[in-house]
Design a protein around this ligand. Structure first.
Ligand SMILES: CC(C)(COP(=O)(O)OP(=O)(O)OC[C@H]1O[C@@H](n2cnc3c(N)ncnc32)[C@H](O)[C@@H]1OP(=O)(O)O)[C@@H](O)C(=O)NCCC(=O)NCCS
Length: 222
């Protein structure tokens, strides 16, 4: 059995009120196939498939949220997905997998998701993008995860938080991943501190048996 089902269940338990969808790009892109127009001409097949698979996951997340025949998110000029009114959400893809999360805006001010396959985040990337506290946390083995996995969780949480906060601030005021500081908690929870923050970012993570990492980061509606 694929790991998606367990991942979805655990993530939905940790992000109460949000709906999560996960799948393989090779299977998922065919579900929307030619039914939506590509926003950019000239994409290679790989990019087309990951875009379509992300939209398929978005449609599944919206359906899990209880929306009947939801329209799939369009794409803004800056690349972020445009969700139906009253909904916030996020899309991600890795080499093999696609992921989406959707939630009601009455509950969530913003939410982001990110999926990363293991081993992508090496020491050099960590030293460039992680804060001194994050590097120290990893050095001490405090994450209680294999080092490459712990690095990937921190990196992925920053990407999720970036996506959530970017939407929240209408694309303004997020400099880079170095602006986010991630603290891993027990039981798949995490917290993200944003330099100069005007909102508290919550998060959670899941690690599959093949070391694929999925993170969500969100800001509750005040
Ligand atoms: C935008 C960004 C978060 C995308 O993340 P990624 O890991 O490259 O790619 P993912 O597959 O996880 O996510 C891609 C999806 O994010 C969404 N997205 C794109 N731009 C976005 C934005 N500004 N805000 C929210 N979501 C965005 C889109 O849905 C996109 O998929 P699509 O084009 O098929 O619709 C990333 O490219 C980025 O800019 N990161 C912050 C900047 C930085 O410091 N990067 C250093 C990396 S070493």
């Amino acid at each position: 059995m694929e790991w998606f089902e367990e991942a979805r269940t655990l993530l939905e338990e940790r992000v109460k009120g949000a709906a999560v969808a996960l799948g393989r790009i090779d299977d998922s892109w065919k579900k929307v196939g030619d039914s939506i127009a590509l926003p950019v001409s000239g994409w290679c097949d790989k990019r087309k498939r990951e875009f379509l698979a992300g939209r398929a996951a978005a449609g599944e997340a919206l359906a899990r949220l209880g929306m009947e025949q939801p329209g799939l998110p369009a794409r803004a000029e800056d690349g972020r997905p445009l969700w139906p009114p009253g909904i916030t959400g996020s899309i991600s893809h890795s080499r093999q997998y696609c992921a989406a999360v959707a939630a009601y805006s009455r509950d969530f001010a913003a939410i982001g998701i990110d999926i990363e396959e293991g081993g992508r985040v090496d020491r050099a990337i960590a030293e460039r993008l992680f804060t001194v506290q994050e590097l120290d946390f990893l050095e001490r083995g405090a994450a209680k995860l294999p080092l490459p996995v712990a690095r990937t969780v921190i990196f992925s949480a920053k990407e999720s938080a970036y996506k959530a906060v970017y939407g929240l601030r209408g694309g303004k005021g997020v400099s880079a991943l170095t602006a986010f500081e991630v603290a891993l908690g027990q039981g798949g929870g995490l917290a993200v501190r944003l330099t100069g923050a005007d909102a508290s970012v919550q998060g959670c993570f899941y690690v599959s048996n093949c070391s694929t990492v999925v993170t969500c980061a969100w800001v509750w509606k005040p």
